[in-house]
Structures are given as structure tokens and as C-alpha cells.
Design a protein around this ligand. Structure first.
Ligand code: SF4
Length: 189
């Protein structure tokens, strides 16, 4: 009996028996292959989303189990990306779940050689103080030629590619209201 089983598992026998003479189909499937399941199989549900990283706006399928994101892949239904994601979009699960993600404000003081942790309220107060002081000391009401300017050239804003459209919109509004004209985003550089 054992011998018969052994013979039946021999690939050549399986090729002949299963009508797969070239060994390109079921005859070469191992037990392990048969037991493999997609890593998305355990998800409770799937949410259609859009990659937040750049202006291409590729479609994503976000797999969720017990309220946690378990996997993100390209959405074949997206007319923009048709199931594809670049490596950054493919790795976007790490945006929320990476063990390297920082949850504290990091501050390196002038001439400091190490990062310090600040609580958010302290950091916000420090930013506000600097903006108010810089605007007060560098405000230009007019250009050298006398045209209206109402701006400061001493503050710039550089956004990152993880900012989404709504955040970029609000940042641009805030910067314009502050008279900051040097507004850029890393995704454009
Ligand atoms: S970062 Fe990549 S996956 Fe995300 S929208 Fe841009 S091109 Fe698409």
C-alpha cells in the first residue's frame, strides 16, 4: 500500500495519470502548493481607497481584519492605475503600522548633537513663537520697486509625500494667510 502511494506521488506517474505530459499543470503541484492561500483570505472586509502619497492617485484595496489593516494592494478597478502600485504605494501599510513610526515630536536644538523628545503643546508653542517673531522682523509691505508685497521671505514650507490632498490644501491656505510664499512639496522636487 505504501509502495502504491509512493509510486502514485512520483511526478512521472502523475504526469501520465493526470494528462499533464509536459509537467506544466496539476502534476507538478506539491502538497504545500495546494495548502497555500492568499494572504488576503483572512480579511473581514476590503475597502477601496486611494494611495495618499502622490498626485497620480492610484487605486488601492485595503484589507482589514479585526479593525486592523492587514494588507494593501492595487485595485484593478481603478482606471488610473489598473491594479498597479509603485513600491511606495505598495508599502503604504507601513505608513500606519511600521514599528519605526514615530509618535513623539523630535527636536534638535541649535548646535545640539542629539534628538530630544517634546510634548506636542510645547512644540506648537515654539513654532508659533518663531513664526510670530520672524514675520514681525522680516515683513515686507512692498517690493523694492514699490509694488504691494505683504509677505515674508524668511519662512518656507516644505511638505512631504505622505501629506494628502486635504492636508496640502490646508497648509497652502495657512501659508498664504501668513504671507509665506515659498511653499513646496517633496513630491514635486
Ligand atoms: S505613490 Fe506610487 S502608488 Fe501612490 S499614487 Fe503615487 S505612483 Fe501611485
Amino acid at each position: 500500500m505504501e509502495l502504491a502511494k509512493l509510486l502514485a506521488s512520483w511526478p512521472v506517474v502523475r504526469q501520465l495519470r493526470d494528462g499533464d505530459p509536459l509537467g506544466l499543470g496539476p502534476a507538478v503541484r506539491s502538497r504545500r502548493t495546494d495548502s497555500l492561500v492568499p494572504r488576503t483570505d483572512e480579511a473581514d472586509h476590503v475597502v477601496q481607497s486611494v494611495c495618499p502619497y502622490c498626485a497620480v492617485g492610484c487605486g488601492q484595496l485595503v484589507y482589514v481584519k479585526d479593525g486592523e489593516v492587514t494588507h494593501i494592494e492595487g485595485d484593478p478597478a481603478s482606471p488610473i492605475s489598473r491594479g498597479r502600485l509603485c513600491p511606495k504605494g505598495q508599502a503604504s501599510k507601513s505608513y500606519v503600522q511600521s514599528p519605526l513610526r514615530e509618535y513623539k515630536v523630535k527636536y534638535r536644538r541649535p548646535y545640539g548633537d542629539a534628538w530630544e523628545e517634546l510634548d506636542l503643546d510645547t512644540a506648537m508653542e515654539m513654532i508659533v513663537d518663531r513664526i510670530v517673531e520672524t514675520r514681525a522682523t522680516t515683513w515686507r509691505k512692498r517690493t523694492d520697486g514699490g509694488a504691494p508685497a505683504n509677505r515674508t521671505m524668511a519662512i518656507g514650507n516644505l511638505g512631504g509625500a505622505t501629506l494628502d490632498n486635504e492636508e496640502n490644501y490646508l497648509i497652502k491656505k495657512l501659508m498664504t494667510a501668513l504671507g509665506v510664499v515659498q511653499v513646496e512639496n517633496q513630491a514635486r522636487i
